[in-house]
Design a binder for this molecule. Structure first.
Ligand code: XMP
Length: 512
């Protein structure tokens, strides 16, 4: 049994980030509802409790409160932001609503390190997000650190092993925050770092088995990182009770369907249904030039085709999705909110609620890099795990204007050469995304002694951390020259290669 830290969730959008930081320290953590009984935590043998932040004010009526007995468990308790104010008010201090609300960057100053700040130097950058503040400490506590507006920004009661801080140590804007968390886990709670990703697999497998029982699950496999890892994990848990559905919409990259089938059907021996729906997609897209209409048609057709495939499978109870934590985090962007920095572009397929299936989302609490680590643990290759994002509408938004099969075929060849060269040069893993775009613009060229009058492709190679902003990648000229030469020489129908040197904003990553 792993040592376990309980994180009581008071509704902060950073609660999952706390759990993630704890995992980063190789310690197992579990998030519990804020009102979980202390006796339950005791039964589970937790070695420390963290009270998360939250949007409420401890001064308001109906503010969420923990079971007071958690302070009698005899294990260290750490309150973060709202969690600190809870400690202040429940343990006999005084909390007031502050006139100077502290949001954003702040500086923590301290004369002594206490236990939490061991190994950190004053002053230290912190990230604040609070309105209330403690004005009178509960008995037994000592102030260790102060910020401009908070004399009690970090407090400790060494005798009872209670700790609290006004700021958020879990977000990247508190650069030394991970040291604080480590001090809490290792020095204060006595954790030894006995958790690893393989333990996560074992737990997740058990949870999936308990949830699913003897029912059937379907999963829409796209070949992307998230759905591939979800498929491998669920398959490990329930084997043939899982059926993966892969829709070939005719808008995929070269050999994509065959690669996905090979990996999952032949290698993992999964039940897999491939729906070859190129014709219906291309028929419906005939004559359509507007990017938004193309997207809508592709999305709607996908749902129809997927729905039909599911019905043909028979009694299915669960729809599995590879939703990650950044997909579920509150999507309302708050200016300057670090949570919005970890939010990646939504890549969720948007399957219809009317399918009346229960959702199974085993990756819901994980971040992308953790999903990759999990995928590695499950035996997925580096090629799959480091695949660039590929949009749901696929090459449909990479053929500018009307989509024709002939254009798609030409694009697939050009794109494949780009992929080969990006991979063999090692640049594939250095950039966020790279792909070719088909431009239905005919220009004149000369090949041998003959005049050509063919279309163009653009190369889009970008660097980004979250797809919200991006810049064109500075790829060596020699590599670009090789890609361009190969495309023009090897792909019939292309006589010009252009390089897209626009950043996002004001451009977007995809051309449509
Ligand atoms: P843009 O073009 O908006 O793209 O700068 C940002 C990121 O999102 C991907 N993308 C999509 N993904 N469905 C998807 O699943 C879409 O309709 C879609 N449009 C863009 C894009 O590849 C990039 O990673």
């Amino acid at each position: 049994m792993n040592q376990k830290i309980a994180v009581l969730d008071f509704g902060s959008q950073y609660t999952q980030v706390i759990a993630r930081r704890i995992r980063e320290c190789n310690v197992y953590s579990q998030i519990f509802p804020f009102n979980t009984k202390a006796s339950e935590l005791k039964k589970l043998g937790v070695c420390g409790v963290i009270l998360s932040g939250g949007p409420a004010s401890v001064l308001s009526k109906g503010a969420p409160k923990p079971d007071r007995k958690i302070f009698e468990l005899g294990v260290p308790v750490l309150g973060i932001c709202y969690g600190l104010q809870l400690m202040g008010s429940l343990l006999g201090g005084q909390v007031v609503s502050s006139k100077e609300r502290e949001y954003g960057h702040g500086v923590l100053s301290f004369k002594t390190c206490g236990r939490l700040l061991k190994g950190i130097e004053s002053p230290m950058k912190v990230w604040n997000s609070h309105g209330d503040k403690i004005v009178k400490l509960p008995k037994g506590f000592k102030a260790i650190g102060t910020t401009e507006n908070s004399p009690y920004a970090l407090i400790e009661d060494l005798d009872r092993s209670f700790y609290g801080m006004q700021f958020h140590p879990e977000v990247v804007h508190t650069p030394e925050g991970i040291k604080i968390i480590k001090n809490f886990l290792y020095d204060i709670c006595g954790c030894t770092g006995d958790w690893k990703m393989s333990d996560y697999v074992a737990r997740a497998v058990e949870n999936i088995r308990n949830t699913v029982g003897d029912k059937k699950v379907i999963l829409g496999l796209s070949g992307g990182v998230d759905s591939s890892v979800a498929a491998a994990l669920i398959h490990k848990a329930i084997g043939d009770q899982l059926t993966c559905v892969f829709v070939d919409n005719g808008l995929l990259r070269k050999d994509e369907r065959v690669k996905v089938e090979k990996l999952f059907r032949d290698n993992f021996k999964m039940r897999m249904r491939t729906v070859r729906a190129e014709k219906i997609f291309l028929d419906r897209l005939k004559g359509v030039k507007d990017p938004e209409r193309k997207r809508k048609i592709i999305g709607k057709t996908f749902i129809e085709v997927f729905d039909k495939a599911v019905k043909s499978i028979g009694d299915v109870d669960f729809l599995a999705q590879g939703t990650l934590y950044p997909d579920v985090i509150e999507s309302v962007p708050i200016a300057g909110n670090p949570a919005s920095l970890i939010k990646s572009h939504h890549n969720v397929g948007g399957l219809p609620k009317r399918m009346k299936l229960k959702l199974l989302e085993p990756l819901r609490e994980l971040f992308k890099d953790e999903v990759r680590a999990l995928g590695k643990e499950l035996g997925l290759s580096r090629e799959v795990l480091w695949r660039h994002p590929f949009p749901g509408p696929g090459l449909g938004v990479r053929v500018v204007g009307e989509i024709k099969k002939a254009y798609l075929d030409v694009l697939r060849e050009a794109d494949d050469i780009l992929m080969q060269e990006m991979r063999s040069s090692g640049y594939y893993e250095k950039v966020w995304q790279s792909f070719a775009v088909f431009l239905p613009v005919k220009t004149v060229g000369v090949m041998g002694d003959e005049r050509t009058y063919d279309n163009a492709v653009a190369l889009r190679i970008v660097e980004s951390t979250d797809a919200m902003t991006a810049d064109w990648a500075h790829i060596p000229h020699e590599l670009l020259a090789k890609i361009s030469n190969r495309i023009i020489n090897e792909v019939k129908g292309i006589n010009r290669v252009c390089l897209d040197i626009s950043s996002k904003p004001p451009s977007t990553i995809e051309w449509e």
